[in-house]
Design a protein around this ligand. Sequence first.
Ligand code: FAD
Length: 302
Amino acid sequence: MKVTERLKAGAKVFSFEFYPPKTAEDTTKLFGTALELMRLSPDFVSVTNSSSGMAPYRTVALCGVLKAQFGLEVVAHLTCLAHTKSEIAGICAGLKKMDITNVLALRGDPHNVEVSARRRDYSHASQLITDLKLDGGFSVGGACYPEKHPESASPEEDIRHLKEKADAGAEYLITQLFFDNAFYFRFLERTAAAGIKVPILPGLMPITGYKQMQNFTQMMKVTVPDTLRRGIERWDGDKDGMFKFSVDYASAQARGLLEGGAPGLHLYTLNRSRAAIAILKNIKSDKDSHGKPQKAAEGNRK
Ligand code: FAD
């Protein structure tokens, strides 16, 4: 089933993001995680794709396994900055062979791409979205940034370009992670005012340590609210304390998002299941009316 159809069906959509592991040991761990998370009956899982352009088929292959062997609905991330149009067409053909019809169309980060590898068929994700829609058969999503993309001069400029993605055919958007729901709800107001009507799925990630928090603020330019910063500083070095604090924080965020009308949640898992399971259990214990967490108690649908 295409992600767009799940979003249109009206129930809250829950999804998990994985990245392709590099070693055999990490692959085994990821498959263990996938087995655990399958029990929560996610609407889909997504698999990231390196923007270097060096290994797109690792994403395609993992998507194929997760779909064929685990029975999961899969969204393949596809970055375009390091690819020619004909390479993109080849990757799309590979996805179709695996029966993968959901793609998250992305530009990728220039600093991950060797200058010589930037083929310049694509400069922006909207161009990839146009090509994917012309290719046909894909349900296409795009990325968005409640605190604006770091390269954008202003939120207004960023939303103007986001509208180009929606106009090119993006059927839904998934947000960059954020730690203050006010950014998400303000973003919804701004995008609605700009005429962007597609569902915007919030991306959520429990922070696992002090260093990770610093990385987010530096690389992704996302704001870490004082309460979160203080908690992370308080629990730094205490694994269990940090886990509980960060799951509680993310669960409170998740509740606020769902109660405020978000169409669901996209959980950045870092290929681990424990925090995702704990967060969804917390939501479930609040309200079974959210749909999917209730299903989680019923076990795997397969
Ligand atoms: P774009 O939509 O092209 O936007 C990039 C910048 O260009 C923005 O500032 C935008 O405002 C601006 N812009 C857009 N169109 C124009 C135009 N016509 N003229 C001028 N400026 C314009 N990265 C990976 O490498 N692999 C992944 O799997 C991956 N998955 C992601 C998943 C999600 C949900 C998110 C939020 C991000 C993900 N990223 C991933 C990161 C993403 O590749 C980077 O944030 C990248 O810098 C921007 O990608 P984009 O698709 O948003 O680009």
